[in-house]
Write a protein that binds this ligand. Sequence first.
Ligand code: 4NP
Length: 157
Amino acid sequence: MNSAQVTRVLFVCLGNICRSPLAEGLFRHKVEARGLTEQFHVDSAGTGDWHIGHPPDERMLETALGRGVQLTSRARQVRKSDFVEFDVIYAMDRANQRDLLELGAPDEKVKLFLKSDPKAEVIEVPDPYFGGLEGFHEVFDLVDRACEAILEEYEQS
Ligand code: 4NP
């Protein structure tokens, strides 16, 4: 296993109040549960600037808490230094991926998040912001499985 080296992981969506804060919180939760805290630095950001400084959307907070995960992040916007600081940048959907590349993120660092899950039936995490509560649970399930798949792959490497 990849022992001493820290892997720096950034999750990116549009607003940084729904999908990417969940991915950050869930990934960190799983990292801690596996005793891998020293191996990862985890963060999230949005390509948009509307919600800078805000906590995650109340519906995302409640959905995550109901399923055992506390989200503590505050929204921030992607910055160019992220493209140097992070080893891998997971985009929640294709628009996020395109925006990151347009901002200058290196192609080899930007991955479509759900491509990490070989069992995923969709390749984008749908934006739940304008929909109902069921959308937040759907996002939770997709993000949960992809985080699990990334860590399984990591542990096998
Ligand atoms: P997120 O969801 O990208 O998963 O954080 C959104 C949150 C806010 C907006 C759009 C998407 N918005 O338009 O304000």
